[in-house]
Design a protein around this ligand. Structure first.
Ligand SMILES: [Zn+2]
Length: 287
């Protein structure tokens, strides 16, 4: 009897030691001094995961359905159920739905969104979860800076405070646009911002120039005007869209414009998850 108990204790101790090693290694491996941005292959929608050199974890949009939970399960250690910041670009299903599941499964410390109102079940659940979650909630407006160690987000759009206003009719117009910077690497996240709002953003004279552009609205023809591409002047464009989607995303004209500007373009429907790392001077991605 005594021997059996001893064996059990030794087994438990060994198991804990092995587990501790795994934890330590995962922690060390995740802090390699690089910024990592993963554009999830989430189907027809948007979801990107950011890990800063100091280990901050940030999720921008959650895509449709619950697929983001599997993606986060791979991107984060299994024991880690805390996310430092969630950004919702705008309250459309293909950006919001997964975030509702994320709020239910993860402890989210900070939430940034445009505060605009729409009328559907997913949005009602989002509002319920916002009320329960013990997160600091911020309404996005141009000029805000979010520091995450050496990385930082600058909010560029919307230009006005939309909190409590209905954005039901033209939700895309309310998209939060934010630029993530680490050293000389800038990533521009555009939500589904349409061209008329791109022009409004350019007219605000904020610096939108970025090495990496998350192409707005899954490559729709109503976004990514040549004027906007010229000023952003990215080296790399990411299109997040579903394989064989019914919207015809990405639009051929947008693809042609990207090619005319010699912007290398990667698509989640063709490449799967796209991971880009930056050491603060250069950025790298797997082809
Ligand atoms: Zn969308």
């Amino acid at each position: 009897m005594d021997n059996n108990i001893k064996k059990d204790i030794i087994f438990v101790s060994l198991f804990l030691l092995i587990l501790a090693n795994v934890f330590v290694w995962q922690f060390i491996l995740s802090l390699d001094g690089n910024l990592k941005v993963v554009f999830f292959d989430i189907g027809e929608g948007d979801s990107a995961f950011v890990e800063t050199p100091q280990g901050h974890q940030i999720l921008i949009d959650g895509g449709p359905g619950q697929r983001v939970l599997t993606k986060l399960g791979h991107a984060m250690p299994f024991w880690d159920k805390t996310i430092d910041l969630v950004i919702l670009s705008h309250p459309d299903y293909d950006h919001l739905s997964g975030l509702v599941s994320v709020l239910e499964r993860y402890q989210v410390k900070n939430i940034l969104w445009n505060g605009g109102l729409v009328n559907n079940t997913v949005f009602t659940n989002w509002q319920k979860d916002l009320a329960i979650e013990k997160a600091q909630v911020f309404t996005a407006q141009s000029g805000q800076v979010i520091k995450a160690g050496q990385a930082r987000f600058l909010v560029l759009y919307p230009l006005a405070d939309l909190a409590g206003q209905s954005v039901e009719k033209e939700s895309n117009n309310s998209s939060v646009v934010a630029r993530l910077s680490y050293g000389s690497s800038d990533f521009l996240f555009t939500g589904d911002l349409p061209t008329k709002n791109e022009i409004e953003l350019l007219a605000s004279n904020q610096d939108v120039a970025s090495e990496v552009l998350k192409v707005a609205h899954h490559g729709s023809k109503y976004s990514s005007s040549p004027e906007f591409l010229a000023v952003v002047n990215p080296q790399l464009a990411i299109i997040s869209c579903g394989a064989n989607n019914t919207y015809g995303h990405p639009n051929q004209e947008v693809l042609n414009n990207l090619q005319n500007f010699a912007i290398n373009t990667l698509r989640t429907d063709q490449k799967g998850d796209i991971t880009i790392t930056s050491d603060g001077s250069n950025f790298y991605y797997k082809q």
